[in-house]
Design a protein around this ligand. Structure first.
Ligand code: ATP
Ligand code: MG
Length: 401
């Protein structure tokens, strides 16, 4: 019986995938360099090694029937090799296909791919010199975004450029400086190869859709959600998003088309900007379960995590219907401190309120430590409850809580 799933990456997404796979009878092996990482705490086995290296990925493949990942930075070369060959245990099924990941893990090439298929995105351009940045400013005016092409998450690869004076600091912050030190007095020599430029979108709302595609190409989408970010990081997700049917239809068509273009198998998310005039632009595709789908654990008939396990192991996809309106709120660290949870009793005395702590041992500013989902028959009330819930729970060691 094919029963063992290997997950590359051991963060909260790997943890929630494991928690969904276990009741279905699967065994889980995690590959992650960090001892006692969130997923390893709930999995059957943990290989403590880097997933960026080829050898540990190949070792994981020797031990499992299915291989999947929770991070985009997996070693795609190793995934390709496993996909193309047999291991001693038989054929390992690698989903999503390595080529799907390959098509989109460079954010700039992802935008080019979307443009090729006439899927609307904001203007963007590669950079080879400082002049390219100034030319872009001339063409699209300030402000605009300077973004990392690879390995960006939670807004950490993004910088907003509001005037020419912001450029050097942003290049340094995004790690493009080839000189040592960070003093702006020095003449900097920059490496632009991991960066690209993107016009700033003056959006009315940010929306996202989580969808699944199985090995036969069957497609199931979850209700569209509104995501609320501050400082480039997601704070709240409300489901369902209140949008016109035309917007909803367009988003469904785009998500389905993206699934087909990527020949995708598994769960993926697409983030969108919705402008005042009702125009929908794709912000980015995430080839994995996603923060904007955490609400599905309690609010939908099948969670995004179970759905991913179903898709990659060939179990028919589950229903994605919304059971109740919901708001999810991320619990972010606010300082460097050991994790201490305050207010849990009071929080859990709130009805229809669900706490998920990820098992990270220490907080860092803006690090995702957990989330709370509040359900209510009124969407507005679910949002109010989530705001209250967030104020009740405290994750750091403040004596006054
Ligand atoms: P995550 O991992 O949370 O998805 P990320 O690091 O991949 O984040 P992006 O999705 O590119 O980063 O950007 C994070 C947020 O920054 C967006 O949700 C949005 O609020 C803002 N942002 C990014 N690009 C633009 C843009 N072109 N115009 C306006 N706002 C933007
Ligand atoms: Mg994003």
């Amino acid at each position: 019986m094919r029963n063992k799933i290997g997950i590359i990456g051991g963060g909260q997404l790997g943890r929630m995938l494991s928690l969904a796979a276990k009741p279905l009878g699967f065994e889980i092996i995690i590959l992650d360099p960090q001892e006692n990482c969130p997923a390893a705490q709930v999995a059957d086995k943990h290989i403590v090694a880097s997933f960026k290296d080829k050898k540990p990925v190949l070792q994981l493949a020797e031990e499992v029937d299915y291989l999947t990942y929770e991070i985009e930075s997996a070693n795609t070369e190793a995934l390709e090799e496993i996909y193309n060959s047999h291991t001693s245990t038989g054929n390992v099924m690698v989903f999503p296909l390595p080529k799907s990941l390959d098509m989109i893990n460079d954010k700039f090439l992802q935008k080019e791919l979307l443009k090729k298929y006439k899927i609307p995105v904001s203007h963007c351009a590669p950079i080879n010199s400082r002049k390219d940045i100034l030319d872009f400013a001339h063409m699209y005016s300030y402000p605009f975004m300077l973004k990392a092409r690879l390995n960006a998450y939670d807004g950490r690869g993004n910088a907003l450029i509001t005037c020419a004076g912001d450029i050097d600091r942003a290049l340094i912050n995004l790690g493009a400086s080839k000189s040592s030190g960070s003093s702006l007095d020095k003449v900097f020599d920059f490496d632009f190869s991991n960066l690209y430029l993107e016009a700033h979108v003056n959006f009315a709302k940010e929306l996202a859709i989580v969808a699944a595609r199985d090995q036969e190409g069957n497609f199931q989408a979850y209700p569209i959600v509104e995501t609320i970010q501050s400082n480039n990081i997601c704070h709240f997700v409300t489901a369902p998003a209140l949008v016109f049917n035309t917007v909803e239809d367009e988003i469904h068509i785009i998500a389905k088309k993206i699934g087909e273009i990527l020949e995708y198998v598994g769960v993926f998310a697409v983030e969108f900007f919705l402008t005042d005039s009702g125009q929908v632009l794709v912000n980015e595709i995430a080839p994995r379960v996603h923060n904007s789908g955490h609400f599905t654990i309690e609010a939908c008939k099948t969670s995004q995590f179970e759905q991913h396990i179903r898709a990659i192991t060939g179990i028919p996809l589950g229903k994605t219907d919304l059971i109740s309106p919901a708001t999810m709120v991320n619990l972010l660290g606010d300082s460097h401190a050991p994790l201490n949870i305050y207010g849990r009793d009071q929080l859990l005395s709130m009805e229809n309120t669900y706490l998920h702590i990820y098992g990270k041992d220490s907080c860092k500013p803006e690090r995702k430590m957990g989330h709370i989902t509040c359900l209510d028959s009124s969407l507005q009330q679910a949002f109010e409850n989530a705001k209250r819930a967030k104020d009740i729970i405290k994750l750091n060691s403040h004596e006054d809580h």
